[in-house]
Design a protein around this ligand. Structure first.
Ligand SMILES: Cc1cc2nc3c(=O)[nH]c(=O)nc-3n(C[C@H](O)[C@H](O)[C@H](O)COP(=O)(O)OP(=O)(O)OC[C@H]3O[C@@H](n4cnc5c(N)ncnc54)[C@H](O)[C@@H]3O)c2cc1C
Length: 251
C-alpha cells in the first residue's frame, strides 16, 4: 500500500504548428508570413484564430503577447479554444476526479475504472491530504488497509460463490472502496477551459488536492503558452499554499 500526499500532473500532448499549412492558408488571403512564429504553438494558434476574424494577417506574430492581452481584455475568448493540451494526473484520489469531471465545457476525460481493476493491500495506492496525514499517519494507514482487506474479502466471497462473473465481483466489491483510492485520469482541454479551471480551482475555497492540481497545471501553462496565461500568476496565499491571481477577465 502506498499513500501519496501530493498529486502529480504530467503534460502528455501539446499543439504544434504546421508552417507550410499556415503559409498556404495565409496565401489564400493574399498574405505571406513575415514574422517568426512565437516559441509557443498554442499562443501562435490563438493569434491565428484572432487574426482570421479581421484578416489582419499582415501583422501576424508581430507581438503575440500584446495581441492576446488585448483579446483577453475584450473577452474574445473563443480564440483560446483552438489550442488544446492533454495531461495525465496520477497520485490523486477518486474524490478529486469526481470534482475534476464536473468541468465539462472544452474538456475530455478517460478515467481508471474500479470495475475492471482488482485492488489488493500490497498494490493499492491512495491520496491523503498532507496535513491530515502528518497528524494521523497510523490512523490513515490502519483504516485504509482495513478497507482494502474488506474489499478483497468481499471479492473472494463473491468469486467463490461460483455463479458471478469476475467483473461483476469487482463491480460489487468496489462499493467498499474509499474516496482516497488513487484514480488516474487523462484530461484533455483547450486553453479557454484550462484558464477557467485555474480561475475556479486554484484558490483557498477549494480542497487542497484539486488546488494543487490546478497549481501544477498553471505552472505548466505559463511555460507552454506564456502569452495566453500572461494575466495569471501564482502567489503564496495566507494558508502557505499557492493560489492564482488573475486579471479577472472572464473569457
Ligand atoms: C469552491 C467550489 C465548491 C463547489 N461545491 C460544489 C458542491 O458542493 N456541489 C456540487 O455539485 N458542485 C460543487 N462545485 C462544482 C461547481 O458547481 C461546478 O460544477 C464546477 O466548478 C465546474 O465548473 P463550471 O460549472 O463552470 O463548468 P465548466 O464545464 O468548467 O464550464 C465552464 C463555463 O462554461 C459555461 N457552461 C458550461 N456548461 C454550461 C451549461 N450546461 N449551460 C450554460 N453554460 C455552461 C459556464 O459559463 C461555465 O462557467 C464546487 C466548485 C467550487 C469551485
Amino acid at each position: 500500500m502506498i499513500v501519496f500526499t501530493e498529486p502529480k500532473v504530467y503534460l502528455i500532448a501539446r499543439p504544434s504548428l504546421v508552417e507550410g499549412g499556415l503559409s498556404g492558408f495565409l496565401a489564400e488571403a493574399g498574405h505571406i508570413l513575415k514574422n517568426k512564429a512565437p516559441e509557443s504553438p498554442a499562443d501562435a494558434v490563438a493569434e491565428v484564430g484572432g487574426r482570421v476574424c479581421y484578416c489582419s494577417f499582415g501583422k501576424l506574430f508581430e507581438n503575440t503577447s500584446k495581441f492576446l492581452a488585448h483579446a483577453q481584455k475584450l473577452g474574445h475568448g473563443s480564440i483560446f479554444e483552438h489550442p488544446a493540451f492533454t495531461f495525465g494526473v496520477a497520485r490523486c484520489s477518486r474524490g478529486y476526479t469526481h470534482q475534476q469531471v464536473r468541468h465539462r465545457a472544452g474538456f475530455a476525460y478517460s478515467q481508471e475504472s474500479t470495475h475492471y481493476i482488482k485492488y489488493s493491500k500490497e498494490t493499492a495506492r491512495f491520496y491523503v491530504d498532507k496535513y491530515a496525514f502528518a497528524r494521523g499517519k497510523e490512523l490513515w494507514e490502519k483504516n485504509l488497509g482495513a478497507v482494502i482487506e474488506a474489499y478483497e474479502m468481499a471479492f473472494k466471497v463473491l468469486k467463490d460463490s461460483g455463479d458471478i462473473d469476475r467483473h461483476n465481483c469487482s463491480g460489487a466489491a468496489r462499493q467498499l472502496l474509499p474516496q482516497a483510492l488513487e484514480s488516474k485520469i487523462l484530461v484533455s482541454a483547450n486553453v479557454r477551459a484550462i484558464r477557467h479551471l485555474v480561475e475556479d480551482r486554484c484558490n483557498r475555497h477549494n480542497t487542497l488536492e484539486i488546488r494543487l492540481v490546478a497549481t501544477q497545471v498553471l505552472e505548466i501553462m505559463k511555460v507552454e503558452a506564456p502569452a495566453s496565461f500572461q494575466d495569471m500568476d501564482l502567489f503564496v496565499d495566507e494558508d502557505g499554499e499557492k493560489s492564482a491571481k488573475s486579471g479577472k477577465v472572464k473569457l
